[in-house]
Design a protein around this ligand. Structure first.
Ligand code: G1P
Length: 293
């Protein structure tokens, strides 16, 4: 039912003030979880979901991201001449095939909706994914892949959702779910959506996590450049306006999500991902025990 999802937008224009001083001269998306930058996790997740066009919406001071996803002749030469083929192999996922990556700038930080709108001419008239690198998801099957599979059945707009404590609703887009059963396990029908509601006013505790599959019609609403919560142009508002005009679902994805826009969430992600690693998991477990025992 849903058309194939071939393009993905990565909004990476944010200033990263919550991680200062680390992000004074380095994009926050380049912060590593264990040994891989946050943005690389997002790109690999998109690739695993079948994405072929990677569109980054960047801003000032973000050139390290472009360099990261580029071929480095110097590094290639240096590693191969020293017989470090294994290290060169590690870099393979960072090299994007020519013509499959595009960068466009968001001239001013006017909100997530505005960042997505900046990529409208690169998306044109087809469904697309949006991935927020701050939301890192540890799962057996990549989160966006889970969504693409379900999207093939129901089409329309789709967001990843998870339950959060009620006192946290003002940090997220919150879904008003239709209590009737959706057609698939894990799917929630969305009948309303509100950005960062006060806990007392939130329609539920089901929060939008930074994975979206959207229809290009959302650009018509974003074209209006209306300001919402926090004075920003909100993606949430543009999506809410499409409810009733096309299907809209939340996906209760399988996996554990880490809020890497938050220092403690970021540290937790490092621990969780390190514990999963065959080359260091048991060592890290012993170290943690020595601190907590
Ligand atoms: C953005 C969205 C929000 C969503 C969140 C997920 O907020 O506006 O609806 O719930 O991402 O991480 P931000 O975290 O950019 O303030």
């Amino acid at each position: 039912m849903g058309k194939a999802v071939r393009k993905a937008i990565f909004p990476v224009g944010g200033l990263g003030t919550r991680f200062l001083p680390a992000t004074k001269a380095m994009p926050k998306e380049m912060l590593p979880v264990v040994d891989k930058p946050l943005i690389q996790y997002a790109v690999e997740e998109a690739r695993a979901a079948g994405i072929e066009q990677f569109i980054f919406v960047t801003g000032r001071g973000k050139t390290a991201i472009e360099d990261h996803f580029d071929y480095s002749a110097d590094l290639h030469h240096a590693l191969i001449s020293r017989d470090k083929h294994d290290l060169w192999k590690l870099l393979e996922p960072t090299m994007m095939p020519a013509g499959q990556v595009a960068y466009t700038r968001q001239p001013e930080p006017l909100g997530l909706g505005h960042a997505v709108w900046c990529a409208r001419d690169l998306i044109r008239d087809e469904p697309f994914a949006v991935l927020l690198a701050d939301d890192l998801i540890l799962s057996a099957e990549p989160c966006l892949k889970q969504m693409v599979e379900l999207h093939g059945k129901v089409g329309g707009n789709m967001v990843a959702v998870m339950d959060v404590p009620r006192e946290h609703t003002s940090r997220y887009g919150i879904v008003d779910p239709n209590p009737g059963a959706a057609s698939e396990r894990r799917l929630v029908e969305v009948k309303g959506l509100v950005e960062k509601p006060h806990p007392a006013k939130a329609p539920s505790t089901l929060a939008v996590i930074g994975r979206y599959i959207l229809q290009p019609e959302v650009f018509f609403n974003l074209d209006r450049q209306e300001r919402g919560a926090g004075g920003e142009i909100q993606l949430t508002d543009a999506l809410a306006d499409l409810i009733g005009l096309m299907p809209f679902h939340g996906v209760r994805f399988e996996g554990r999500r880490f809020d890497c826009g938050d220092k403690v969430g970021f540290l937790e992600a490092n621990i969780a991902f390190a514990l999963e690693r065959a080359d260091m998991g048991s060592q890290v477990r012993e170290i943690l025990k020595s601190y907590c025992g």
